[in-house]
Design a protein around this ligand. Structure first.
Ligand SMILES: Nc1nc2c(ncn2[C@@H]2O[C@H](COP(=O)(O)OP(=O)(O)OP(=O)(O)O)[C@@H](O)[C@H]2O)c(=O)[nH]1
Ligand SMILES: [Mg+2]
Length: 238
């Protein structure tokens, strides 16, 4: 069976981080990547747009998409529908999702095309560099609580760094628009009985720009987690 990958890259204020991400992906995965879908919105800076234009000159398969839905979830949901590869990677363009891991994602997904492969920062020694300590403690408790609730051994369900079979993500009814969307993308497949495996990675704080996730949004993750736990499978599918 053929295997091809669509990479989703949402961009707000990244410049050299975006370029480094794409360059590493292209160097290490030549032939496997069908397309990069770069998603931008009104908040995307002119500096970022200039870098995207340069990348489009350098590489032939970079699509630019102007999102209509709001926020990070809106950006990625629209890209899910555009993806043409057999598999789709969800990641960031701020280097908080290590582009060197993609070759491992792709190798594993070729072996097991029906599953989701996701990254974990909790199975790596010193998995977080520069993470807010309060957020870190909160994150640990949160992960434990929801791994029990969903009866899974997954250790990092809120990290938006995964490869999916494209037909799976295109068959699910997505609801979240803000950052809890990242959590939704593992919970709904789990409820449908899809196998999800983790590979360890190290997280390092971005070196440019700032996060688009206001602290209060962290509390919305609870609502997402509880709601999906008790949702019928019929309502999860489109
Ligand atoms: N197109 C688009 N990109 C976004 C939006 N929000 C965030 N992004 C991008 O998505 C990636 C991840 O977002 P961040 O804001 O860094 O959030 P995060 O690192 O996942 O979350 P925190 O650890 O909570 O800060 C970054 O590359 C952002 O530029 C959005 O509304 N639209
Ligand atoms: Mg980030």
């Amino acid at each position: 069976m053929s295997h091809s990958v669509s990479i989703i890259l949402p961009v707000i204020n990244e410049t050299f981080s975006l370029k480094e991400t794409v360059d590493i992906l292209e160097t290490e995965n030549k032939g496997d990547i069908l397309e990069h879908i770069i998603v931008v919105c009104g908040k995307t800076t002119p500096e970022s747009r200039a870098v995207i234009a340069e990348l489009q000159k350098q590489y032939s398969h970079i699509m630019l998409h102007e999102q209509k839905l709001k926020f990070l979830g809106g950006a990625v949901r629209e890209a899910f529908d555009l993806a043409k590869g057999t598999h789709t990677v969800m990641m960031a363009s701020d280097l908080e999702t290590d582009p060197h891991l993609i070759k491992d994602f792709i190798a594993l997904s070729k072996k097991e095309p029906e599953i989701i492969i996701t990254a974990t920062r909790w199975k790596t020694k010193g998995g977080f560099a520069g993470y807010n300590p309060l957020k870190l403690a909160f994150n640990w408790v949160f992960q434990k609580m929801f791994s029990i609730m969903y009866w899974t051994s997954l250790s990092d369900m809120t990290y938006g760094f995964r490869i999916f079979p494209t037909k799976l993500i295109q068959s699910i009814r997505w609801e979240e628009l803000r950052h809890p969307f990242l959590f939704e993308t593992v919970l709904k497949p789990l409820r449908l009985g899809v196998k999800v495996i983790e590979i360890p990675t190290r997280w390092e704080a971005r070196k440019e720009g700032e996060s688009q996730n206001p602290f209060h949004v962290n509390f919305l993750y609870f609502r997402t987690g509880f709601k999906i736990r008790f949702m019928s499978r019929g309502r999860i599918r489109k």
